[in-house]
Design a protein around this ligand. Sequence first.
Ligand code: CP
Length: 313
Amino acid sequence: MKLARKDLLGLEGVAREEIELILNTAGTFKEVLQRKIPKVPTLRGKTAVNLFFEASTRTRVSFELAEKRLSADSVSIAKAMSSAEKGETLLDTVRNLQAMKIDFLIIRHPASGAPHFLASRLDAAVINAGDGAHEHPTQGLLDLFTVRERFGSFEGLRIVIVGDVLHSRVARSNVFGLRTVGARVTLCGPRTFLPKGIEALGVEIETDVDRAIEGADVVMVLRIQKERQDGCFLPTLREYAVLFGINRKRADRLKPGCLIMHPGPINRGVEIEPEVADGPRSVILDQVTNGVAVRMAVIYLLSGGEVEHGVVG
Ligand code: CP
């Protein structure tokens, strides 16, 4: 099977078969990553550029590792070290990268839609590594991979996403992905953090966190995005921690087997208490581990790579 698309810009509109193909391929690459030499020659001769206009630890490093594990040549640029600082436009920047014959552009940008704008203007495959409050598709995929790895399927699962949904590209990608694969999704947070009309995406809404997490199979905790709080969304972080934070008391009431997830970076003591983030239910670092395999799968499949009976070609 092949992925019949040039770019990965979001999980909205990505079919269930495509998501399953990516997750199955990631499973194969996860096995590669456990070998003594965790590397395959698959993308020798291909070039990837990671262009980050916002800070990142997990996404940027895991894309870089994914490219290296696939034997692609890889270059990373942060805005502060690029000619964008001298006023060069985004389109000029990427046209210059394209002139150097790149095959993949992985971009993180504060403007929603920036990867879409570039995708139609470039020959290179564009992968959205997070655009504003819009989407973060590879985070959504690695979250789905982590859930499926633990439960075997999405059948009958109820997943609760708690926090700053309004500003969260992670939440949006997870909603699109999880609904497509058939999971039940509840969004929970203060009213100011729940976008109007979000129910139209097939999710349930709950403003009481204790009611929301009762009986949940997975609690995904979102980061309070201090850098995007330019309105009056929250009285104080302390009040948020009391009313919505996933603390020890709340974690103790979760049903057996319920997983705690967080995309990172964590505001310890705000949306999640350290002992919960580091506790037995937490799969937060598994999410990070899985990110490399999932990003290898996305890059491999966008390069035209095929998978036959679970074997990459
Ligand atoms: N989850 C995530 O996108 O983390 P980074 O901002 O560190 O990449």
